[in-house]
Write a protein of this length. Structure first.
Length: 134
């Protein structure tokens, strides 16, 4: 069942439109959150550090209550997933009653790996990528 849900997430994520593509050779670090989620907003406030640590991967904001723009200093460096896709992704990755914050890593040209079910800090990126064998 777990393999089926990961495969379904992979098929879904590859079809998701975002406002920007990952840099050449990089994957995507998708941050799922909401404006009412205090740990999610802490991630958003510290986004510059996470973006720098995530390179060459691109960070994608997937807020489930309504899209949130990246801080002005990061415009063009961070993608924003449309609201409906963010909600559906959170349901697929986290299941019914999913908790936030959550993150997912999508290696370039591959399917997403298991979700990260905690606030994502720069020091966690290596562990997140290891979920994908990177």
């Amino acid at each position: 069942m777990r393999k089926l849900s990961i495969a379904l997430c992979g098929a879904f994520l590859t079809a998701l439109p975002v406002k920007a593509q990952a840099p050449s050779g990089g994957g995507q670090v998708i941050l799922l959150g909401a404006r009412w989620c205090a740990p999610c907003m802490a991630e958003w406030r510290d986004l510059a550090v996470l973006v720098a640590a995530a390179k060459p991967d691109q960070v994608v904001l997937a807020w489930v209550d309504r899209p949130i723009p990246p801080p002005p200093a990061l415009a063009g460096q961070v993608a924003v997933m449309p609201h409906a896709q963010a909600q559906e992704l959170a349901q697929r990755l986290g299941g019914e009653g999913f908790g936030l914050p959550m993150a997912a890593y999508v290696p370039a040209g591959q399917r997403p790996c298991a979700p990260w079910r905690a606030p994502l800090r720069p020091k966690d990126l290596e562990s997140l990528r290891k979920l994908c064998g990177r």
